[in-house]
Write a protein that binds this ligand. Structure first.
Ligand SMILES: Cc1cc2nc3c(=O)[nH]c(=O)nc-3n(C[C@H](O)[C@H](O)[C@H](O)COP(=O)(O)OP(=O)(O)OC[C@H]3O[C@@H](n4cnc5c(N)ncnc54)[C@H](O)[C@@H]3O)c2cc1C
Length: 594
């Protein structure tokens, strides 16, 4: 734990081993005028053109959905990451986070938008040939064509590479596809679908399939728990005829297209979740201020303040890690000279942050579920009926933990990808874990942690300790199980939870330190204090459970003693900071850090 990194030098996962300079971290407080304009454009679009149409969308008026997609195209929202030569506006990744975050206030349309921009336009930009890009991108970017992404099948969701759909090459070089894709967003009205099928039942490959091709049709709309204003159908391929030129990427390399697309999607789903949290906090704060019981606004009760304070602290942490990651990707792209038309360079830069993308997906979707559940609770009976939006928000959000890789699968990916980076020599994790183990297993080892002698010193020490806990538990797991660690999903999940809390806590601390001179400085500190204090308890619990799962007797006792020496975090009074956060939220009628 020595070197100081800036985003230009950063590699995915390196934050775990290095200290980061707060001034080098991208935070929501650093957004530019251009970013602000993007947020305002998206907000106005959602307020004026999407939310008023929600009922008609929920009645499955797909002509309307298409016209709203076209409006997105006119406003430039579909082409944030695509070069101008194809009709995009090519802004940085932070801009695309901002659009995702703000569009999420209309969750159903957010799904339509995500399938178009992230799951169809992006893979064509990342992996398409120049001809494919010229043919499809301009029409997808204006919204003249609607896109979809068909990976899942009824028998293969998480196990996406187990797909049964087949592609057979014809003597003229064209392809015939057979199979049925399941739960496809925009399935009812998409024109262009990225379809995954196995060539000769073996080589997993991506194809650009037009709905107008013979043999392609969509099945019935699914009756879903939420997102009623978004289309979800099977896509049926019955001897579907696909031209030779419509293979996307290489034959047998469909997994690269699928995984890189999902990687982007996860990162943006994190942003959408942050947007959903902020919107629900506004809903909850206004209701709590207006609703009176026992002669006073329910916002004045400690139990409700606890909820509003906690909703704010969790959202703060997710927002901090999202923007930090966006800044890391932008810095990495800026530091790597590349042709803007070279999608593979962009895919590589994002792939570097695969761990952070999974963290964003899991942390974002789970914070959102928490916030929306508490929003229902703050609304009481009114939270359970359709007259208020709280119940729809709650239903709409549940799927975020399921699609773009379930949270269980993403939890496996987090330690899995860290270990892979370590074994490839990209991250000196194994040496760091070994060094730490030698230190920790010396009974006289001094307690660990460092302070900056200033603001948030305890929280800074706590984050340093969390990082040591990651190394300790991950190192012990690798030693204990070796190659068989992949079979120990419970232990991997505990490790993922510790990594998630560590990245979230560090991102929040760095952001608050950097916001030291701002008007809201004290509230930044309150959010950090609440989040880090609770994260310390979660990290300790997960570490104890993981260590107990892999050792016993004297070994376990020694490891637990080392854990106690490492994670010496004194609990703080979180009631007062939560109350301050809640009172500021109620006074503003919304999320205080926007
Ligand atoms: C509204 C909606 C929209 C969707 N849109 C699209 C779309 O546009 N395109 C598309 O291709 N797909 C889409 N999907 C499908 C979605 O991606 C899948 O539902 C998801 O990947 C999970 O797959 P599954 O449903 O088969 O669940 P399963 O894979 O059967 O999983 C069931 C449970 O088992 C767990 N599990 C599975 N495997 C493992 C494992 N190895 N280790 C530990 N736990 C495991 C899962 O985490 C989950 O909890 C959509 C789904 C919904 C509901």
């Amino acid at each position: 734990m020595s070197t100081m990194t800036t985003p230009t030098a950063a590699r995915g996962g390196s934050w775990l081993l290095d200290e980061t300079d707060p001034s080098a971290v991208f935070t929501p407080e650093k957004i530019s005028d251009e970013h602000r304009l993007m947020a305002q454009t998206t907000d106005e679009f959602v307020d004026n053109e999407v939310l008023p149409q929600l009922e008609a969308l929920e009645e499955k008026n797909w002509d309307l959905a298409r016209s709203i997609v076209r409006r997105c195209g006119e406003l430039g929202l579909l082409g944030i990451n695509v070069p101008e030569q194809y009709g995009g506006i090519e802004l940085d990744k932070v801009s695309s986070l901002i659009v995702s975050e703000h569009i999420a206030r209309a969750a159903s349309f957010g799904a339509t938008f995500g399938a178009q921009a992230n799951l169809c336009i992006l893979p064509i930009f990342l992996f398409g040939t120049p001809e494919q890009k010229r043919k499809y991108l301009p029409k997808l970017l204006t919204g003249e064509m609607v896109g979809a992404y068909a990976l899942s099948e009824s028998g293969s969701g998480s196990d996406a590479l187990g797909a049964k759909a087949r592609a057979t090459k014809q003597p003229d070089g064209s392809w015939v596809l057979n199979g049925e894709k399941m739960w496809i967003t925009n399935g009812g009205f998409a024109d262009v679908i990225i379809v995954f099928a196995k060539v000769d039942g073996e080589h997993f490959t991506a194809f650009i399939v037009e709905k107008a091709f013979p043999g392609v049709s969509s099945g019935k709309e699914e009756h879903k728990m939420g997102l009623h204003g978004s289309s979800t159908t099977p896509i049926i391929l019955q001897d579907a005829k696909v031209p030779a030129d419509n293979v996307l990427g290489e034959i047998g390399k469909g997994h690269k297209v699928a995984l890189n697309t999902l990687n982007f999607g996860r990162f943006k789903l994190g942003a959408m979740s942050a947007g959903g949290c902020k919107s629900a906090i506004g809903d909850a704060a206004k209701y709590a201020a207006a609703r009176k019981q026992f002669g006073q606004a329910i916002a004045s009760f400690g139990a409700i303040k606890h909820k509003l304070g906690e909703m704010t602290a969790r959202t703060y942490a997710v927002e901090s890690l999202m923007y930090r990651t966006g800044g890391l990707i932008d810095a990495s792209l800026a530091a790597t000279p590349h042709d803007p038309d070279d999608g593979s360079a962009v895919a590589k830069a994002v792939e570097e942050f695969v761990v952070e993308a999974s963290i964003a997906k899991v942390a974002g979707s789970e914070a959102l579920n928490y916030v929306l559940d508490e929003n229902v609770q703050i609304h009481g009976g009114n939270g359970y009926v359709k007259d208020y939006p709280a119940e729809r928000f709650y239903r709409d959000a549940r799927v975020n933990r399921i699609f773009e890789g379930t949270n269980e699968i993403n939890r496996m990916l987090i330690p899995g990808m860290l270990i892979r980076k370590a074994l490839k020599g990209d991250l000196p994790l194994i040496a760091a874990a070994k060094k730490l183990q030698d230190e920790l297993l010396t009974p006289s080892a001094p307690s660990i942690g460092f302070g900056d002698g200033g603001r948030l010193e305890e929280e800074t020490k706590a984050v340093a300790a969390f990082k040591k806990v990651v190394l300790m538990v991950l190192g012990t797991a690798m030693q204990t199980y070796g190659q068989k660690l992949t079979d120990e999903q419970e232990v991997l999940s505990y490790i993922a939870d510790i990594v998630i809390d560590t990245y979230a806590a560090e991102s929040a601390v760095l952001r608050a330190k950097d916001a030291g001179a701002t008007r809201l400085k004290d509230l930044h500190d309150d959010a950090v204090r609440v989040f880090v204090n609770d994260a310390a308890q979660r990290v300790e619990m997960a570490a104890r459970s993981a260590l107990a799962a892999m050792s016993e007797g004297d070994t376990l006792r020694t490891l637990l003693a080392a854990l106690r020496r490492t994670l010496k975090v004194t609990p703080v009074n979180t009631v007062a900071p939560r109350r301050r956060l809640a009172e500021a939220t109620t006074a503003k009628g919304g999320y205080i850090f926007s």
